[in-house]
Design a protein around this ligand. Structure first.
Ligand code: KIV
Length: 258
């Protein structure tokens, strides 16, 4: 899978199935079940390390997990998160992104409107996925796990940030916990590939945290997640059911949206 293939899927209206992934065994399972994109998310701070947020994850840990995922996947497009602080300046973001690309990532993801960093990465040949709406690295600044862009000013800011990030060269955009109508407008009016998580059914693709969709995260399951292990006889089947539900438009429904 290449970035051009994902852009072609957006053009064709074919939904893109994305899951977070942190190791080789799950990468192989996801790939065999038809997942298009694996996101080595810094959510591993919560799912694997048991922390209450993603802020303590280091660049070395992200590179380590990226190498594992790359070892287990031959076809999937692999996106790796720049962890908290590793993109504090554009120059630092470039050095951090190079470490993740050296570990095998095809694209790096960074949170918020860091257009200068995006521009520098793209100028240096590194594809970038942006992330707007609820951005977990800003959980304290945002006052908790809250839907973003509900009022007109908040929605306008997210839309304008998306435009700025596209102009800076970002090719993909994760939209997390925003109203479905806002995500639909961004997905239709902007060229970046949009991947939603709690952003309604109109995004070009969907992502879930692997541990949420398998129902194995001990914490509270977010409203936008669905446990695909329910009724499945294996993890492979659960992941294949997730892929099928995303591709057919059966997931997410209004019940998973805001
Ligand atoms: O770290 C992560 O898993 C993410 C997803 C929630 C999109 O950024």
């Amino acid at each position: 899978m290449k970035l051009a293939d994902l852009l072609a899927m957006k053009t064709r209206g074919e939904k893109i199935a994305v899951l977070t992934c942190y190791d080789a065994s799950f990468a192989t399972l996801c790939e065999n079940a038809g997942v298009d994109v694996l996101l080595v998310g810094d959510s591993l701070g919560m799912t694997l390390q048991g922390a209450k947020d993603t802020l303590g994850v280091t660049l070395a840990e992200m590179a380590y997990h990226t190498r594992m995922v790359v070892a287990g996947a031959k076809q999937c497009y692999i996106v790796a998160d720049l962890p908290y602080g590793s993109d504090a300046t554009p120059e630092r973001a470039l050095a951090s992104a190079r470490a993740l690309v050296d570990a095998g990532a095809h694209m790096v993801k960074l949170e918020g409107n860091k257009a200068d960093a995006v521009r520098l990465l793209v100028e240096n040949g590194i594809p970038v996925c942006a992330h707007l709406g609820f951005t977990p690295q800003s959980v304290h600044e945002l006052g908790g796990y809250k839907v973003q862009g509900r009022d007109a000013a908040g929605a306008r800011k997210i839309f304008d940030d998306a435009v700025a990030l596209e102009q800076a060269g970002a090719a993909m955009l994760v939209l997390e916990m925003i109203p479905a109508t806002l995500a639909a407008r961004i997905s239709h009016e902007i060229g970046m590939i949009t991947i939603g998580i709690g952003a309604g059914p109109s995004c070009n693709g969907q992502v879930l945290v692997l541990h949420d969709m398998l129902g194995i995260y001990p914490g509270k399951s977010p409203r936008f997640a669905r446990n695909f292990m329910a009724g499945a006889d294996s993890i492979q089947t659960a992941i294949a059911n997730y892929v099928r539900a995303v591709k057919s438009g059966a997931f997410p429904t209004a019940a998973h949206s805001f």
